[in-house]
Write a protein that binds this ligand. Sequence first.
Ligand SMILES: Nc1ncnc2c1ncn2[C@@H]1O[C@H](COP(=O)(O)OP(=O)(O)O)[C@@H](O)[C@H]1O
Ligand SMILES: [Mg+2]
Length: 242
Amino acid sequence: MVESKKEIIVMKNISKSYKVGNNIFKALEDINLTIRKGEFVAIIGKSGAGKSTLMNIIGCLDSKVEGEYILDGLNTRCSDNRLAEIRNNKIGFVFQNYNLLPKINVMENVELPLIYMDLDYKKIREKSIKCLEKVGLKEHIKHKPSELSGGQMQRVAIARALVTNPEIILADEPTGALDSKTGNDILKMLNDLNKDGNTIILITHDKEIARKAKRIITIKDGKIISDTKNNKYRNEEEVYED
Ligand SMILES: Nc1ncnc2c1ncn2[C@@H]1O[C@H](COP(=O)(O)OP(=O)(O)O)[C@@H](O)[C@H]1O
Ligand SMILES: [Mg+2]
């Protein structure tokens, strides 16, 4: 079955400037970008290229930009409260350092994004357990993050990203703190989620990681310098061989 090719991200002439002393520094310049539902995209660039700046905009963490950014049909030029609402509904974040709360257990960490939604507690718990099952951690729901390995903690973070059923999973260097075997397992998991229809955006400085995605966008000095289909993604086995 072919997924509908709905446009999830549409950026038109997005630029971002920072004031540095008396100078204006353009961290992003005229970014035009469309990402459709079901894509698996890597955004790659060297340190200082503008990846974090772009991620903050995609993730609705920064709307003080020039240009237009439409996320799933919604204009992100809006109040901060509205932007937070869009962010909570549309984006699931996965960060390099997992960002789990240490004092609560795995299940409670995954429930967090749902706490502010108007759901009854039974439903929240159900959704949390379902997502933890999906990432293979059902046996660990009562554990504290500190009782888990790095790879397991990142799987908790993925479950937490999934629990709101977001339009996009935005993963910023998700394997940056992991050894290569564990990192590959995490990338495989993201690939499986993409096969289930999730839209994945992976931000990385590492070519080997970017080649796991189906489309690779390269940024340099705040500009998109290439945007290509990943020819290596002919078949998954080849991409994920160890
Ligand atoms: N708050 C800021 N103030 C001034 N310059 C910034 C700020 N944030 C980022 N920059 C600059 O913008 C450029 C892009 O940064 P960033 O998006 O963090 O790149 P990357 O994530 O690819 O390493 C860099 O030259 C960086 O120094
Ligand atoms: Mg960065």
